[in-house]
Design a protein. Structure first.
Length: 437
């Protein structure tokens, strides 16, 4: 910094007593005087997200505060280099506009650290990335925590705990109606989570998996929303990566028919994504012509949302998608299973199947289903037979017995994505002109 380097990568900043420190991705030199000389620095941090998040801005504020101590002058602006490889993902903020909020958050955090209250490992979104998730899950299971009840919300758990209902077993035995009513929890919602807890607790006590129908059955809801079966029915799933390319990428379109046929279309770039989408729509339209009563089954809203997004993005197959949607060809199985109450802790598409047993033909006890080993190609070194697309070339690589998942990339430092960050830094320097040298 004293030498006046144009850009400093991953320089360590800390306060006088060493309580706060950090490694901003970049410090950019600007033509504003400071204790260093006729120049000073501003912070640029790189994120994979395409939009500025509050947590990222708060991180910038901490770095800017530490930077002010190092250079003897507060920086005027702070910057984010956001996801996308075209150099346009760039956002700047005036430090003074957010400093009061930052100071309040910092004081609150320091007070919390000085005298931390008793806490409990409530499940949050970050749990999937945390190295302590197994320990926390074991603690919740040992405590029979309310979060084990499928479909219960945190707000509902808070209200139940306030009434002394702290375990799944207690919730399953709760008498309804509750007087006085729970604030913010409707009678129908409370009955739903109570019955779910009752089924899960009963299955646990009896050592078996159970299910029951949700009654009364309402028209076009739950199991009553299932159409008549057709020989042309297919099951559809899309795999995508939000952080791939510039706008995300739906990289695998998979369909399976009732006879075990499997059709996979892979996309490695935008052109491949468009082609795979068009092939999928063309195939299902041809299938619809052969089987007028056919339906496309999927789990959750992601598939239909992706189909509409791709139609709009590439301005293709609009009439066909409109016909499919108006004809109610897509059937969301997540809505269907709402007609069944099962002894599972989650009804998500990834958790639900493995929690259901497979019944033995002899009528014996249920046991977890085992996925059979994939059939191998007749040609040495070829892909497994179940990954060979019907009537087309196989995917570019063999994926074994696991379906691919988006790979989470590390933080986008220069060592991992030098071209992207060079583009961002160049854009920042150009935007900062004539202040930057």
């Amino acid at each position: 910094m004293r030498r006046g380097a144009e850009v400093i990568y991953q320089g360590r900043l800390e306060d006088a007593d060493g309580r706060w420190s950090g490694y901003p991705d970049f410090l950019l030199r600007v033509d504003e005087p400071s204790a260093l000389g006729a120049w000073s620095y501003e912070v640029l941090d790189a994120k994979l997200a395409r939009n500025a998040k509050g947590a990222a801005v708060l991180q910038l504020l901490l770095y800017s505060d530490l930077l002010a101590l190092a250079q003897g002058a507060a920086p005027e602006q702070m910057h984010l280099a956001l996801g996308g490889g075209d150099g346009r993902g760039y956002a700047s903020f005036r430090v003074a506009e957010y400093s009061a909020y930052y100071r309040a958050v910092r004081r609150g955090f320091e007070a919390h650290a000085e005298a931390p209250p008793e806490t409990y490992p409530e499940p949050v979104e970050h749990c999937g990335l945390c190295e302590w998730k197994q320990s926390c899950a074991e603690r919740r299971r040992a405590d029979d925590h309310l979060s084990l009840v499928a479909g219960i919300t945190r707000g509902q758990r808070v209200r139940l705990v306030e009434r002394g209902v702290t375990t799944m077993a207690a919730l399953g035995a709760l008498d309804l109606p509750v007087v006085p009513r729970l604030d913010g929890v409707g009678a129908g919602a409370l009955a739903r989570v109570r019955d779910q807890a009752r089924v899960q607790d009963r299955a646990r006590r009896e050592g078996r998996r159970i299910h029951e129908l949700v009654t009364p059955v309402e028209p076009d809801k739950g199991l009553a929303s299932l159409p008549e079966p057709s020989a042309g029915d297919v099951f559809f799933d899309i795999e995508g990566d939000t952080f791939a390319a510039d706008d995300g990428l739906e990289y695998l379109f998979g369909t399976a028919d009732r006879n075990g046929g499997y059709d996979a279309d892979w996309a490695l770039d935008a052109a491949g994504e468009k082609a795979a989408f068009e092939r999928f729509i063309d195939r299902v339209m041809a299938r619809w012509a052969r089987h007028p009563g056919f339906h496309i089954y999927h789990y959750g809203a992601y598939e239909t949302t992706a189909v509409k997004r791709l139609m709009s993005r590439y301005a293709t197959r609009e009439d066909e998608v409109d016909r499919l949607l108006r004809g109610r060809v897509f059937v969301d199985l997540h809505r269907v299973i709402q007609g069944v109450r099962a002894s599972v802790e989650s009804y998500s598409g990834t958790d639900e199947p493995r929690q259901h047993p497979r019944r033995l033909p002899s009528g014996g006890e249920s046991r977890p289903a085992r996925r059979p080993a994939p059939a191998r190609s007749a040609h040495p070194g070829g892909p497994p037979a179940r990954h060979r697309r019907i009537g087309a070339r196989p995917p570019p690589r063999r994926i074994g017995d696991r379906r691919p998942r988006p790979r989470r990339l590390p933080r986008p430092h220069v060592a991992h994505a030098p071209r992207r960050l060079r583009v961002h830094v160049g854009a920042v320097l150009r935007r900062a002109a004539p202040r930057a040298r």
